[in-house]
Every structure is written in structure tokens, then in C-alpha cells.
Design a protein around this ligand. Sequence first.
Ligand SMILES: [Zn+2]
Length: 409
Amino acid sequence: MTKIKILSGLNSIGGNFVRIEDNDRVIVFDQGIRFDIMAKYYSSYITPKSVTELRKLEILPKLEWYDNVDRIYISHMHLDHLGALSNIPPETELFLPNLLLYNTMEKRWQTSQTWLSLIPQKYHLKIGEIQPYKVDENDVLAIPVSHSAWPAYAFLYFGKDETILYTGDFRDESFLSEDEFFKINRGADLLNYLEENKDVRIDTLIIEGTNIGSSKPPITPNDTVKLLRRLFISHRSIIAILHSLDLEYAYTLIRLAEEFDPRCYVISDQIAKLLKNIIANVSEFIELSNIELSNIDNNDIDNSLILIPYRDVFELLRNSNFNVSNTPNLTAILAESEPGKEEGSEYSIISNWFLKYGIQYYKIRSSGHYYPYALKYILQKIRAKNIIPIHCENLKLLINQIKIYRYKK
Ligand SMILES: [Zn+2]
């Protein structure tokens, strides 16, 4: 019999650990960090000491959860799904969404002065890269989804007596057109894939519910583009702060820069790598650079769009060559793609810095998750027999919604 064990991440946002036992096969989907628990025990003074301590506090998965695991699959590389590789027992197989990106991230963590240095592998793991649209030797099929981290996958497991779909984190609307999505991911997204492959019947759906119960306005990628366009019309110089895995959003900003014609700098190795990978002729309209933040001056910022990750924006502001009053038409846009706690992002602190330096800033919501109103549509597309909702702080509400929607035509 197939057993599905949600060992973590059921009624929390993040920290997913889904263990599937199917006769003698064991696979795991995600092994994330529980940032909600982390916030309870640590502060700027009290920082994690070791992986053992994080495990003890149940911020990282227990060692026995990895017993006899054939392979761990990571849906996307937000830390509440990727987790700490140093927590995984030696010689375990771990498949990641993209190795090039992982290696860039790992280098940064290895030299980090913070607890992030605990993330890279300590012992040897058998690391591979997920190949979408191919059923692998464990009967797992990865299907791309739109999310605020790229690449992101849902996993279909064709088990001995049931077919299971684990959505990972996803939204039903992307920043990309259907054609762009297809081109970038070399195929259709989850809902279109299921539409095209009606023979795939899902017995059990494990679905995330991040936005269920949230009162935040349901601003879709389309709405976000409209808002951004308004800002591009009014401002000639824009600092855009984003997550360094948020390819769809970065791509959208670059398309807008192309339309409104400011120079475009990408001040992040990782975002540059993402973009170079997927945009042909990228050099025609974007200057990818490893600019030293301390060398940036007003000439660089005037009439420019600057894409910069959350963690680096402070360095840009602290830089003495740069005087805000000499660039009066400057604004900053801060992408609020996830509830901050998913990645431990500190939106309010970044906001305070902008105010201190006299920069008008806007928070732009660009959620990586579907909104509650889309649940009915999603469930109708997936047509699952059983549903296990996870990754949700308002689980009761999600369960009730599922009860209402699943029987409605
Ligand atoms: Zn995520």
C-alpha cells in the first residue's frame, strides 16, 4: 500500500517534507526550513549554532525521516523547500531544479558570515538535476509551474496503486504569456499539461494553500504589469529590488525597460545567469555586469533600471558616490513576492532604509501563489479523487473551501 506522510509543512507556510512509501520504494518531495519556528527561537543576537540545534528545534527535518530514501526531489529553491543540504545523510540522492543556479547560490552560502553557511552539503550527496516531462526510474514526472522562483516543478508520482500529484508552490497565472512559458520551460505548465493529457488520472492531490485566508489584495501578474507600467511612465530612474530566483518578474521588468528605453543593469550574478540562460540576444538591451556596488554613481543610475536582490540594496544606498538628491526622478520598487516568512525577507527594514535615504518606494505585490478565488478552477482542472491540503496557515478554511468546490460543476 502507498503511504503518504506529510512530516512537516502541513499547517505552516513552508518547511514541506512529504515522504511517500510505496512497497520498498521511498521518495521525498522537498525538505524545507521552518522559518515560522526559526523566528521564535532566534534574533539578531541569538543565531543558530549548528545543524544539530536546528534539528532539535524542529526547524530542520529529523534524521529518521530520511531512512531508506531512494531520492529527494526539490520542487524549487526557496529555502522553505530546499532546506539545508548539510542535514541530509551522506550518499543520499538529491535532485535539484537547476544545478548551475544551485552552484552559484552555494558559493555565496559557503562564504556567508551568517547561519546560511549551514546550508551547503557537508557530506557527499548524489546530486542530480530534474529533467521535466520525463518519467524517471522512480516513476516520478516533473512538470513546470509558474512561481516566484525559477525553475519550479510539480511532481506526479505514478505509484503501484495510486497516482499522486504534489503541486509544490504555484500560481495559476504567470507573468509570461503561454508561448513565453512554453519557450522558457520547454513545455506547458501543470494545468495545461493535465488538459492535454486527459489519460493522467490523479488519485491523490497534495496542494499548497499559502494565500488561503490572506486578506492581501489578489493582484495578478497582469495587474502588476499595469502598475509597473504606470511607474515607468512617471520615473526615468528605477531601482527594482527582487528575489534573485524570480526570473518571471525580472524578465517582465526587462521587457518594460525595452519598451520605455532606460538602460538596464542587472546587479546580481544569479539573476544575470538566469536571464542569459533564457533570453536570446540578451546583450542587445541589457547590460549584464558584475559592477562593484561601491563604484556606482549618479551617472549610472540616471535614466536606468537597476535590478538588484534584497540583500545587496543596502550596499547601493550606503555607497558614497551616490547622492539621491542628484537623481530627483528616482523611485524604488520592492517586489513583495512571498509572505516574507517564506524566505525570512525583511521588507519593512528595506523600506526604512529607503525612507532614510529620501527615496520614494513602492511595494509591488507579485505573489508566487494562486489566490483563493482560483481554487475552484484549479480543482476542476486537476480532478483528483482525494485531496490533501498543505502549506497553509488557515488549514480549516482551505479544507472547507475544498469541500465546497470539489463537488461543484
Ligand atoms: Zn516558494
